[in-house]
Design a protein around this ligand. Structure first.
Ligand SMILES: CC(C)(COP(=O)(O)OP(=O)(O)OC[C@H]1O[C@@H](n2cnc3c(N)ncnc32)[C@H](O)[C@@H]1OP(=O)(O)O)[C@@H](O)C(=O)NCCC(=O)NCCS
Length: 188
């Protein structure tokens, strides 16, 4: 599956499945968000080539979904504007559930890329992996992300208070979920 998105800046962005040459771009985006220090409960950037490649190899082995947003006129690895991954849970009895994570490069936020990444990741998770429900978690002060998730139909199903402690500050974790059939019904 592949989609072309026209941003309000006039730029075109391709939304598609990840390929091996996207690895560095994806990890650069991840490390940028780690450096921002307010969105993910991760303290250290990933620098190791082995770790980056192993992540990709496992993704392929487990046939997990990773959708990327690609700028056709930018050079690799800057061309990867964002990514959305849906991973399987560890439980044998929860193969119908996918766990979603998403990142968009700082410069390209609020342009609709996040919406389109999540949309394709949800649909492909059902089509290719038989997922029925998507779960995610988010810091309670991440208003942009929460706004986007709720707009797409995710429901808040719980809160873990002071779940994370970073930079001398506690963060509550909001837990959300979405049934894919409901999503497809509401956003055909
Ligand atoms: C969260 C994230 C993935 C969203 O991607 P994006 O491309 O910026 O999302 P979109 O442009 O599709 O949608 C963002 C929406 O939030 C809105 N928004 C932006 N800032 C907001 C704020 N402070 N409060 C409420 N809504 C806000 C935008 O207006 C937009 O809504 P609209 O389409 O109805 O106008 C991206 O901003 C990001 O990578 N953030 C840092 C990492 C992160 O938070 N990851 C998720 C961790 S749970």
């Amino acid at each position: 599956m592949k989609e072309v998105l026209k941003l309000k800046t006039g730029e075109k962005v391709i939304i598609r499945h990840i390929v091996e040459s996207d690895i560095d771009g994806v990890w650069n985006n991840f490390n940028e968000v780690v450096e921002e220090g307010i969105y993910l409960p991760v303290l250290f950037p990933v620098k190791s080539r082995f770790e980056k490649q192993s992540w990709y190899n496992n993704l392929q082995k487990d046939k997990e979904i990773c959708i990327v947003a690609v700028h056709p006129n930018l050079k690799n690895p800057c061309n990867i504007l964002g990514q959305c991954e849906v991973s399987s849970l560890d439980w044998d009895a929860a193969t119908h559930v996918g766990s979603l994570g998403i990142i968009v490069q700082k410069k390209y936020r609020d342009l609709g890329i996040g919406f389109h990444l999540i949309d394709m990741a949800i649909r492909e998770s059902k089509k290719l992996n038989g997922k029925e429900k998507i779960i995610l978690s988010c810091f309670s002060n991440n208003e942009r992300a929460l706004n986007l998730y709720m707009k797409m139909g995710f429901k808040v199903i719980g809160k873990r208070e002071k779940q994370f402690y970073m930079d001398s500050q506690y963060f509550d974790e909001i837990l959300m979920e979405l049934w894919i059939d409901d999503y497809i019904l509401n956003q055909p």
